[in-house]
Design a protein. Structure first.
Lengths: 348, 348
DNA sequence: TCTAGCACTCAGTATACTAGAGTGCTAAAC
DNA sequence: GTTTAGCACTCTAGTATACTGAGTGCTAGA
C-alpha cells in the first residue's frame, strides 16, 4: 500500500512533466508541475520525487539549474503504463474517415489522403505503408499487347491492390492469344500468395508441360518480370515539413537533414515498420528503438490496417521523441480503423 | 571598342564572383577575385569594377565591410550572357542514361531513377514532372471486372503512360461484356487526345446512340470517372535533403521549413513548371521568378523530355539561388536527353 | 587607366557581468 | 514519516564592452 501509493504519485508526476514538456518543448521545473498537479503539493516535495525519477532514469537535467526533461526510458514507461488512450467511438472514427472517401477513387488515392489527413491532424509527419501485391493473393491477371513488342501486364490482388507495368517482350502475342493466356494464368494462379508465386513460376518455367505450351511459358516469364520489379513495400510520407518546423529541429538544423536522409533511404524504416505491423497491434517506437540512422531523435506510432484478409498495411505518425503520444495514438488507431472500414467494405 | 572592352571585363569579374560565391557560400572580396582572375589585376581595380556592378544591381554587399554577393539580377545576367554550358556529347549522355535502364522496367521506374540520379549528381533536390495520360493520346482501353461491383479500368496512352484504377460500378458487366466494350471503346477513341476525351465523353453520354447501347454508355461513364481522378501532372521530388543541408538553409532553418511547404503544396510549382516546359527549351528560374511561396530562396533549372510525340514531361534541379547553374544546366539537359532516348526508342 | 597606401567600417568573437530560473539541502512543521 | 519553508548555490541566457580583422572606398601618384 505504501509502496503503491508512492508509485502512483511518481507516475502522476512523470506524466505531468512529460505533458508539460510536450507542450512547451523546454525543461520543466518543479513549480510548474506543482501548479499542474491536481493534488496540492509544494515544489519542494515534487523536487524530491523528481530526484527519484532521475535516479530511476526516467528524467534528466540538461544542466544543474534547469528543469527536467524526460528520457527515452521515461517516455517508454509513460506510453506503456501511464497514458490512457481515449478510444474513439465508431462514430468519431467514421467522421475521421469521411474526408478520405471524398470522390472515392482508388485505394491508392484513399491511402494518400489518409496520410495527408493524419499529417494535418497531428501536425507531424505521417506515413502510410501501402499494401503491395507481394503480400497478397492473386485474384486476377491481365495481359494486353500495347504496341509491337510491348505488353501491359496487370496483376490484381486481393484488396484491389494492383501492380501494372508495361514491359518489353521478345515474341509478340496478339490480342486474343494474350487474352487467352491471361485467362488461363488467372485460373491457374488465383488464390496463390504472390510471394510464393515467384518461386512457383520458376518451377513451372522449368517444368515445360503446360497446356498452352510456349505462349504460357512466355506469359509466366512476363509475370515473373513484373513481380520482380515490384517493391516489397511502399512508404508514403506526408508532412515532413511539420517535423522540420518543430523546435528541436529548428535549433539543430543538421537533425532536419538527418531526418530527411533517413526518410529518403526508405529501406531500413520500411523493414522496421513491417516487423512492427506483423504484430497486428498499435506499436510505439521511441528514439533509438527505431534503429534507423537519422531518426534517433524521433518516435513513431504505427497501426496496421487490413484490406481484405490479413494485415497488409499500416498508417502512422512520426515526430520528435517529444510528441503527444496520447493524442497521436488515438489518431493513428482511429485512422487505421477508418482506412480498414473504407477499403474492406466492398469485400467478402 | 572601349565600351565593349570594359563590358567584357565586367562580365569576367561578375562570373568570377558568382563562381567563387557558389563554391564557398560566403561573400567574395576583391582579393579573392584578383587571385582567381586570369588577367592580372590588382584588388583595387577590381573594387572599382565591383562598385559598377553594384550600381547596375548585379552585386550587393551584406554590410559595408563584407565582400560582395550576387543579386538575383546578377545571376540572371550570368545565366543568360556569361556562362557557357558545356554541351555533352551523345556518348556522355548515353553514359548518364545507362544506370536508368538498369533492369529496365516501367517508364515510371525509369523516371524515378532519373530523379534520384539527378539529385545525387547535382547534390541538390531533383524533380521530375511525370507525363500523365491527360496530356497524351489514347492508345488502348481495357476493362476488367474484379469482384462483384468493382472494375479495373486501364487507359494506356502514347508513350506507355498508364492510368489504372479500380473503381466501383453499379451494374456489373461480366468478363466478356467488359472485354467487348473495352475493345469497342479502344477502337472508337484511339488517337484522341485524352484531354479532349473528357468533353467528348460528356457529349456521347448525352447522345445515347451508341452501337453497344447501355453497356457502352456505362463504360464511358467509367472512363470519365477514371480520367477525372487522374491528376493534371505529377511531381516527383528527390533529394530535398541535399538542399536542406546547404548552408543557407542550415543557417536559417525556417527557410528549410518553407521550402518543404512549398514542395508539398505541389500545385503552384507544377503550374509554373508546366508553363516553362511548354516553351520546349531548357529554362532557368531564379529566386522570386519562381513565384511559388516558400521557394523565394531557390532557383530551378528544368528541361523538357519527350515520350513519343509531343513534349510531355520534364526533369530538373532545384537548389538555393546560389547554385552551380553551369554544371547543373549541363546535367539537366543531358538527363532530359537521356530520358527522351530511353523512353522514345520503342516508339514509331 | 591602373595601383599602392591608408583610414574607415562593421560583423564576429571574446570577456565580463548580471539576472533569474531552478536546484539541493536542512531544519522545522504537520 | 511526510511535507514544506527557507536559503545558499549553480548555471544559462542576456547584455554591455572592447577588440580583431576582413574588406571597403578614396586619394594621390605611377
Amino acid at each position: 500500500m505504501n509502496v503503491t501509493n508512492s508509485e502512483i504519485r511518481r507516475n502522476e508526476i512523470l506524466g505531468a512533466v512529460i505533458e508539460a514538456y510536450v507542450a512547451a518543448a523546454s525543461p520543466v521545473g518543479s513549480a510548474l508541475v506543482a501548479r499542474k498537479l491536481r493534488e496540492a503539493l509544494s515544489p519542494a516535495t515534487i523536487r524530491h520525487i523528481m530526484v527519484e525519477l532521475e535516479t530511476i532514469g526516467y528524467l534528466e537535467q540538461p544542466h544543474t539549474s534547469a528543469g527536467r526533461v524526460p528520457t527515452a526510458q521515461g517516455y517508454r514507461w509513460y506510453v506503456d503504463r501511464i497514458m490512457e488512450v481515449p478510444r474513439l467511438s465508431s462514430e468519431q472514427v467514421r467522421a475521421l474517415g469521411a474526408p478520405l472517401a471524398h470522390g472515392e477513387g482508388d485505394s491508392a488515392q484513399v491511402l494518400a489522403r489518409a496520410g495527408q489527413a493524419l499529417a494535418d491532424l497531428s501536425q507531424e509527419a505521417a506515413f502510410v505503408v501501402a499494401p503491395t501485391v507481394k503480400q497478397s493473393r492473386v485474384r486476377h491477371i491481365e495481359l494486353v499487347p500495347v504496341g509491337v513488342h510491348k505488353m501491359l501486364c496487370v496483376v490484381v490482388a486481393e484488396g484491389d491492390v494492383v501492380a501494372s507495368h508495361v514491359i518489353e517482350v521478345e515474341e509478340p502475342l496478339d490480342r486474343d492469344e494474350a487474352s487467352a493466356v491471361a485467362r488461363a494464368a488467372s485460373a491457374e494462379l488465383a488464390g496463390l500468395p504472390v510471394a510464393e508465386l515467384l518461386g512457383a513460376l520458376e518451377q513451372r518455367l522449368l517444368g515445360e508441360q503446360d497446356v498452352l505450351g510456349e505462349a504460357m511459358k512466355q506469359a509466366l516469364a512476363i509475370l515473373q518480370n513484373v513481380l520482380a520489379g515490384e517493391p516489397a513495400g511502399r512508404l508514403l510520407v506526408e508532412g515532413a515539413r511539420y517535423v522540420v518546423g518543430q523546435p528541436e529541429f529548428q535549433r539543430q538544423p543538421q537533425r532536419a537533414e538527418a531526418l530527411l536522409e533517413g526518410l529518403d533511404a526508405e529501406g531500413p524504416l520500411l523493414e522496421r515498420l513491417h516487423a512492427d505491423l506483423g504484430t497486428g497491434a498499435v506499436r510505439v517506437r521511441i528514439g533509438q528503438e527505431i534503429g534507423v540512422p537519422g531518426l534517433e531523435a524521433c518516435s513513431y506510432i504505427v497501426a496496421p490496417f487490413a484490406v481484405g484478409r490479413g494485415v497488409v498495411g499500416g498508417v502512422g505518425v512520426l515526430g520528435p521523441t517529444r510528441m503527444d503520444y496520447r493524442r497521436h495514438s488515438a489518431l493513428v488507431q482511429a485512422m487505421a480503423r477508418a482506412v480498414t472500414e473504407l477499403l474492406t467494405d466492398g469485400e467478402g
